[in-house]
Write a protein of this length. Structure first.
Length: 140
């Protein structure tokens, strides 16, 4: 059994739904899971997790300025470290996530994370793909 932390930034509740679906997929495999908004994720929770999932909604216009939510970017840039942590990333989007996952990957890797999986989930069905994301993480 692994200890899993699912942190998310949600504005309208869709990313929270995706985070809950990721958590349920992990629990169905027998793992101990904690789900928290990123604003509540502190270093001790990161240190205690074997695997960390981080999710954000996608901000911006259809063609311009598309990126992870500012609060998620700010969290990554804050005083947290992910050194050698196994991390999986997800985002929820309305039209097209563009390079949101690549941005999240860069931010996570800058904090020392080993990013092993990524998934973009449409806001119309945010739970779709949660099982595939979890299955893509080695050892889960």
């Amino acid at each position: 059994m692994k200890t899993v932390l699912v942190g998310y930034e949600s504005r309208g509740g869709k990313t929270k739904q995706a985070a809950d679906a990721v958590a349920e997929a992990c629990r169905s495999k027998g793992h101990d899971v904690t789900v928290k908004p990123l604003s509540e994720v502190r270093q001790d929770a990161l240190d205690g997790a074997d695997v960390v999932f981080i999710g954000s909604w996608v901000d911006g216009f259809v063609l311009f300025g598309v990126q992870p939510a500012k609060a998620a970017r700010t969290w990554f840039q804050g005083n947290v470290t992910l050194t050698d942590k196994t991390v999986a990333l997800f985002c929820t989007y309305a039209f097209n996530p563009r390079s949101s996952l690549a941005t999240m990957r860069s931010l996570a890797e800058a904090k020392g994370a080993k990013v092993v999986a990524e998934r973009a989930m449409n806001h119309r069905s945010p739970a779709d793909g949660a099982g595939d994301l979890v299955a893509a993480v080695p050892g889960l």
